[in-house]
Design a protein around this ligand. Sequence first.
Ligand code: PLP
Length: 226
Amino acid sequence: MSDIRHQLEIIRDQISTAARQSGRSSDAIKLLAVSKTYASSIIEKAYAEGQVLFGENRVQELLEKVPQLPSELQWHLIGHLQKNKIRKILPLIHTIHSIDSLSIADSVNRIAGELNLKIPIYLQVNISHDQAKFGFPPADAPAALDHLQNLPHLQIQGLMTIPEYSADPEQTRPHFASLRDLRNQLKTSSGLPLPGLSMGMSHDYPIAIQEGATIIRVGSALFGKR
Ligand SMILES: *Cc1c(COP(=O)(O)O)cnc(C)c1O
């Protein structure tokens, strides 16, 4: 049995367990395999085991990998996007998790329009007020959402966050809960469905699921240490 098959089994089991613990269906939780730094040959093994969604944080790496892999793979951008890269990347990706400013949202919307695309996006929120992190402060999220609602080539899925790292994942639980609470408030105030919560990584995804994650972004727990 390949390592990747084994790791995927473990992760799928943990997803089911965490879903059950919180009275959710495991069908409501998607696994995004974060393949940054891993070779295309390894990504292909995961695909052979039924993994279809892959996440990358760097545009350059995506541009190199996508043509090397089957077109059935669904690519999600999870890292900060620069304006001059948008036109190249949009035709290759399915979803952007890292919409972290209104100006990038405007540019993605304009170029998606020119390319006749509608791009699913998550609004990145800096939930733990981490100085070093990209994303909207929670207090700015309502106004940001108001603005995004008027951009016809973006399809707003929900919120995404990368909380401050803590070795003890229980320390991160309140941040996941805050993102969920913020989503619930925004859902009421905006009337948008906002089904998605992109949160949880290798060391804390079961807790993110217990707090409502709908898509977890898992790299090293699947592919091994980078
Ligand atoms: C790298 C990365 C991940 C995955 O991290 P792991 O700890 O390897 O699971 C998730 N989200 C983002 C935004 C990342 O850059």
